[in-house]
Design a binder for this molecule. Structure first.
Ligand code: OXD
Ligand code: MN
Length: 602
């Protein structure tokens, strides 16, 4: 077996050295390589990955610096049933998490990690979530035997020598260990140890399970840190809306996975609007870290430096900005390879190719059916691209600013065919927390499980909150008391359908029409109509210029169906009750308030 010369590790941080050595003793890699973030090292890894068949280089002329990767067919989405919070007690993890006692977790995973890196290299990736050196950023070190993980982490995080330099000065770090092991779904575990600031992930190669800076650190572990340190780690996009007069309003928005956060974060203003000259600034598309600053407002950074977006449905209509962003230096996962070395996915621009190699590496033609007569897809519905944010034409000029951007509005949203109106505003912070806590959405391809089923997903954090959500709701309420200038809280739903099952709202670029109303409300420029669930826009206050949308459709979109809401309250009650006595009384008061308003004669 290899012996590791700890003196040769390029760091003075003795805790880091000792930990890398200990993990290497368990995983037994042949070699250890420290990631420095240099272009040379990256190119060497790309070459090795190509030689090993882990990456397929793409058409250098049309997609320079880009690669295709395929994961195992059983390893294409986050595996929430194998994801655990190993806090000291089950109560700390809450009914919203799978729980395993820390000792049992370590023991179970150790058996799989043992010798798992034999014949492989262990890469040591020092990374920063947030701008390097910002007091608001957090450092992690991921050990992995996957070059795909290294190359993705180099896009998604600030990784390399600058972070090692901070570690040399003794900075604390999240200990992230990952091994592909033998990619056996029966030996797959994604474990979080919040009290130990540690993440262990084994047996998967899918991004959400293995790029440990993202969901595992920046949401599950960071949410726990945020509770202790009084800040928020949220599953939210951040964007700036520049009005024609040059004023920029920043908003943060939480939608469940695969519900359009990425598209919204970089939307191109629609042409028809009455007010011309809007511009969008993208700060982030998935995660927001937010804290109260000395001005009493909430300030946000995006801890990531790249996008890990869903490919299917991405095209010049749905997201022209992303189409530009992913033209180069992008890693694609599980999409269709065309004979000319370019790519395709369902809902991509251009013609459906007449042939190609599908996401499973098999020859593909349009119209092919599987054993059950269903069409065989060229790309997996949860196929992805990983691209640097600084390639995004709408990337915010404030991305590297250590203090981030001030947030004027928080938007919650879900995919609801019925019930939730296009937009409404909460009465105040406490009511807004209730609105977030009662969020629900229909399941998409980003998680395993039956698609289309409605699941409760408070603040879009159900799969990502690293502790008991009853405590999380209290944290939200408490943060409200700490802010002199708290953001306003809104709820949107782009997905309402009519009696014929057709979407009532065109969505995509046109969503700016709703954001325009939200911004005007933040600036106290518009009055709104009180309804039992919150403030609703007056019909004339949503600019429909240039949009072929009958006024009746907007009326339907904004309708509040009291009976349906009262039925919804029964489902909400069932959900809240899962948290037993830990659930905050303030939210039960909001619940009763809403019930009363819904029952009040009109
Ligand atoms: C993601 C997700 O990948 O939420 O962002 O699943
Ligand atoms: Mn997400």
């Amino acid at each position: 077996m290899h012996t590791y010369n700890v003196k040769k590790f390029p760091t003075h941080n003795k805790h880091l050295k000792a930990w890398v050595k200990k993990m290497a003793d368990m995983c037994q890699p042949d070699d250890i390589v420290w990631i420095d973030g240099s272009a040379e090292q990256k190119q060497r890894l790309e070459k090795e990955a190509v030689t090993a068949g882990e990456l397929i280089p793409l058409n250098e002329e049309k997609m320079p610096g880009s690669f295709l990767h395929r994961t195992n067919a059983n390893d294409v989405a986050r595996t929430e049933h194998l994801t655990y919070i190993c806090s000291r007690t089950k109560k700390e993890a809450g009914p919203n998490n799978n729980w395993m006692a820390p000792r049992a977790g370590y023991q179970k995973a150790r058996a799989i990690f043992k010798g798992a890196m034999r014949g492989r290299t262990m890469y040591v990736i020092p990374f920063s979530m947030g701008p390097v050196g910002s007091t608001f950023s957090k450092i992690g070190v991921e050990l992995t035997d996957s070059r795909y993980v290294v190359l993705n982490m180099l896009i998604m995080t600030r990784a390399g020598a600058a972070v090692t330099a901070l570690l040399d000065k003794g900075a604390d770090f999240t200990r992230c260990l990952h091994s592909l092991a033998d990619l056996d779904v029966n030996k797959r575990l994604i474990l979080h140890f919040p009290q130990d600031n540690t993440i262990w992930s084994v047996g998967s190669g899918y991004g959400g399970n293995v790029l440990l800076g993202k969901k595992c650190l920046a949401l599950r572990i960071a949410s726990f840190m945020g509770l202790k340190e009084k800040w928020f780690a949220e599953h939210m996009l951040i964007m700036g809306i520049e009005e024609p007069n040059g004023r920029i309003t920043y908003i943060a928005a939480a939608f469940p996975s695969a519900c359009g956060k990425t598209n919204l974060a970089m939307l191109l203003p629609p042409e028809g609007l009455k007010r011309k000259g809007y511009r969008i600034w993208t700060v982030g598309d998935d995660i927001a870290w937010m804290r109260v600053d000395s001005d009493g407002a909430l300030w946000a950074i995006n801890p990531e430096s790249g996008f890990f977006g869903v490919a299917p449905g991405t095209n010049s209509h749905t997201n022209p900005t992303m189409v530009e962003t992913i033209r180069k230096n992008t890693i694609f996962t599980n999409v269709l390879l065309k004979p000319d070395g370019t790519l395709w996915w369902e809902g991509a621009d251009g013609e459906v190719p007449s042939r190609g190699i599908d996401w499973q590496g098999k020859p593909w033609k349009p119209g092919m059916l599987d054993g059950q007569g269903k069409p065989i897809l060229g790309a997996h519905p949860n196929s992805r691209f990983t691209a640097p944010i600084n390639q995004c034409p709408s990337a915010s000029f404030r991305l590297e600013q250590h203090h981030g951007v001030p947030i004027s509005a928080i938007i919650f949203g879900g995919r609801r065919a019925h019930l939730a109106p296009l937009v409404y505003e909460s009465f105040n912070w406490r009511h807004g927390v209730f609105v977030g806590a009662t969020m629900a959405s229909e399941r998409t391809a980003a998680q395993y499980g039956k698609q289309g089923e409605v699941r409760r997903d408070p603040m879009a954090m159900l799969p990502f909150c690293g502790y008991n959500m009853a405590t999380y709701f209290k944290h939200w309420l408490n943060m409200g008391y700490r802010m002199a200038a708290a953001p306003r809280i809104f709820h949107v739903n782009w997905f309402r359908i009519d009696e014929k099952g057709k979407f009532l709202w065109p969505g995509y670029r046109e969503n700016l029409r709703v954001l325009e109303w939200i911004v005007a409300r933040c600036e106290n420029k518009l009055q709104a109509l009180p309804s039992p669930i919150g403030y609703i826009p007056k019909i004339e206050d949503i600019d429909l210029t240039g949009l072929n949308l009958p006024r009746e459709s907007l009326e339907k979109l904004l309708m509040v169906d009291r009976k349906a809401w009262l039925e919804e309250l029964e489902r909400v009650k069932k959900f809240f009750k899962e948290f037993k006595n830990d659930f905050p009384q303030e939210l039960w008061d909001e619940f009763e308030g809403l019930r009363m308003r819904l029952n009040r004669p009109v």
